[in-house]
Design a protein around this ligand. Structure first.
Ligand SMILES: NC(=O)C1=CN([C@@H]2O[C@H](COP(=O)(O)OP(=O)(O)OC[C@H]3O[C@@H](n4cnc5c(N)ncnc54)[C@H](O)[C@@H]3O)[C@@H](O)[C@H]2O)C=CC1
Ligand SMILES: O=C(O)CCC(=O)C(=O)O
Length: 562
């Protein structure tokens, strides 16, 4: 049974969806938003932190009403996924969630049209002075001269951020007879919207002198914060209009008040604020040329229903292993795999765990060769799974496919994936080659092949995983259960020696495969034994065997049963 904590005010339809599922229960806590207003974010951190630490929450959905902070996620219990019912994830500490292995998803598509419509509404209302005209009338007045506005048709609007909402806004502006230009560092050419070409500029500074109105549709990042400020206002036409329904602070709040005072800005419409709600005495609330709405961009029945249902579905789909949609922090990871792909992901886990104890000097590079086009979609999952298997025994932090990428980055571990389209002669298989930090994985490799660790695995038609090679030793064994890998001189008596040490320790050898590799200088050969055991080999047994003449290396590992 999965429990979803609705830690914000989510539309009923999403909550009803959770309640309608036989494997899910709902913990609806819209009061957390009021708690934040009354007692602050710390009180929310404490309250949600307690709920999570108790272990009964598997998924959490939020809007922008509360923040998801590192303090809240200190001990996340069984929390596996956080869904943002909306687009902007700036209220979720992604690094903290990623470090704890928690998937973060958003519902990016569901509120696009609604938000673009709100930005467009703000632009129209701003240019026709609808806000102050309404205020005058509701105060009992009537003034037709004071509220003369401007016509959109014929004006040039600059769209900052040509993603989903920016383009949807642009389409509407074109329909109103505006000229649309844009700036987006990730859009390198002019874009075609219907029969219209939207000219794009290389920099924001190049665009602003050309526009009568500008509208922001960018995420809040270090690059976008304060991008419209006193300096860039100075480059604008006098009397420019500004719309911000993206995030507070993208337009500098002090500088916009100054620009509206000086007339450099004829008027601004803001839906979003650096601090929400803004202070009661904020000049943004009362400036005659500033129109404000309380973060209503996504607030329509249609969008809120859609984001709430999408968020609930995304959580359950991940928890059930059906798929990941809207992932913000899990690039390339998929859970909706075919049986064959899933079998190769399981093989990757086993191969990495098996080889992990033989990597004694750390890892600097992992080369993953995936032979077989049918495994292509699973490449990201295979990569992350291999890293988890390789690194987990060396870390106290629980690793998973979500957090392992950032942990590997923080340790300068480079992963390279080569995808090969197998020819008829080459079977579908995975090969991992692990390089140590100083070009070696081993303190004193006797053989060139032991400078790296290489393991090759395949899955046959029975979907059972097989290891077919370790460092040049050919074999064919299902890696499962308690296992030991022993490298020894290839000479008579070694099998007996190993058998008798295990026998003395009372550990039964259930299966054994032996492979021989010639020494490069022709001086003889070494062998690799891969043993399946009925129970774990103790440290003492490993130590005792490791001391025996002719035994070069021994490592043991426990893998899931196949
Ligand atoms: N007011 C509200 O209630 C809502 C506000 N939003 C805000 O709208 C933003 C945009 O949403 P979508 O269009 O769905 O996102 P999107 O990801 O489809 O588009 C964002 C665009 O911004 C561009 N961009 C990134 N850095 C930039 C920079 N320095 N300068 C110019 N462009 C840059 C990206 O290349 C991308 O094309 C969200 O990040 C969110 O903050 C979204 C929904 C509701
Ligand atoms: O209504 C909300 O939850 C805010 C929507 C929003 O800002 C977003 O989706 O990014």
């Amino acid at each position: 049974m999965f429990t979803l904590l609705a830690a914000d005010k989510l539309a009923q339809e999403g909550l009803d969806f959770i309640n309608s599922q036989s494997d899910a229960t709902l913990l609806d806590r819209p009061d957390l938003v009021d708690l934040k207003k009354e007692k602050g974010q710390e009180a929310v951190d404490e309250e949600v932190g307690k709920l999570l630490a108790a272990g009964g929450v598997h998924a959490m959905a939020v809007r922008s009403g509360i923040k998801v902070t590192p303090a809240m996620l200190e001990n996340p219990g069984n929390l596996k996924v956080i869904a943002r019912a909306g687009v902007g994830v700036d209220n979720i500490d992604l690094a903290a969630a990623t470090d704890k292995g928690i998937l973060v998803v958003n519902t990016a598509e569901a509120s696009t049209i609604t938000t673009a419509e709100h930005a467009f509404t703000l632009m129209m209302a701003l240019l026709r002075k609808v806000g102050p005209a309404y205020k005058t009338m509701s105060d009992g007045g009537w003034d037709r001269n004071k509220f003369k506005g401007r016509q959109l048709h014929g004006m040039t609007v600059g769209v900052v951020g040509l993603g989903r909402i920016g383009r949807t806004f642009a389409e509407r502006a074109l329909a109103f007879g505006m000229t649309v230009v844009g700036y987006d560092p990730f859009v390198n050419t002019d874009i075609q919207l219907g029969s219209h070409t939207v000219k794009t500029f290389r920099t924001f500074e190049e665009m602003v002198p050309h526009v009568d109105v500008m509208s922001f549709h960018v995420p809040k990042t270090p690059e976008t914060t304060g991008m419209l400020n006193a300096e860039t206002f100075a480059l604008c036409k006098k009397g420019v209009y500004v719309v911000n329904a993206a995030r507070g602070g993208i337009v500098d709040e002090t500088d916009i008040v100054a620009a509206c005072d000086s007339g450099q800005c004829a008027g601004a419409a803001l839906d979003v604020f650096t601090s929400e709600p803004p202070a009661e005495d904020s000049p943004l609330r009362t400036h005659p040329n500033i129109l404000v709405t309380p973060h209503l961009g996504a607030s329509t029945e249609e969008a809120q229903t859609a984001v709430s249902v999408d968020a609930a579905k995304a959580c359950l789909s991940y928890l059930r292993g059906e798929g990941i949609s809207g992932a913000v922090n899990a690039g390339g990871v998929r859970v909706d795999l075919t049986d064959q792909q899933a079998a190769y992901v399981s093989l990757a886990d086993r191969m990495a765990r098996l080889i992990s104890p033989m990597v004694t000097r750390g890892v600097s590079e992992l080369d993953i060769e995936i032979c077989g086009v049918e495994l292509g979609p699973a490449a990201g999952t295979i990569e992350r799974t291999a890293l988890v298997g390789l690194l987990q025994r060396h870390f106290d932090t629980p690793l998973n496919v979500i957090n392992v990428g950032s942990i590997a980055d923080s340790r300068d571990i480079e992963t390279r994936i080569t995808k090969l389209d197998h020819a008829k002669s080459a079977p579908t298989q995975l090969t991992f080659t692990i390089h140590g930090p100083k070009g070696c994985v081993d303190d004193a490799p006797d053989h060139e092949a032991d400078k790296v660790r290489k393991i090759v695995g395949r899955v046959y038609d029975d979907l059972q995983p097989r290891v077919v090679e370790i460092n040049g030793y050919a074999m064919d064994m299902v890696p499962a259960g308690h296992m030991a890998i022993i490298q020894n001189d290839d000479r008579p008596g070694m099998i007996g020696l190993v058998g008798s040490e295990f026998g003395k320790a009372g550990v039964n050898i259930a299966d054994m495969t032996i492979s021989r590799r010639e020494n490069a200088d022709g001086s003889g050969a070494t062998a690799l034994m891969l043993l399946k055991l009925d129970e774990a080999a103790s440290y003492e047994l490993n130590d005792a065997l490791g001391e025996r003449e002719g035994i070069l290396k021994i490592a043991s590992v426990h893998l899931p049963e196949a």
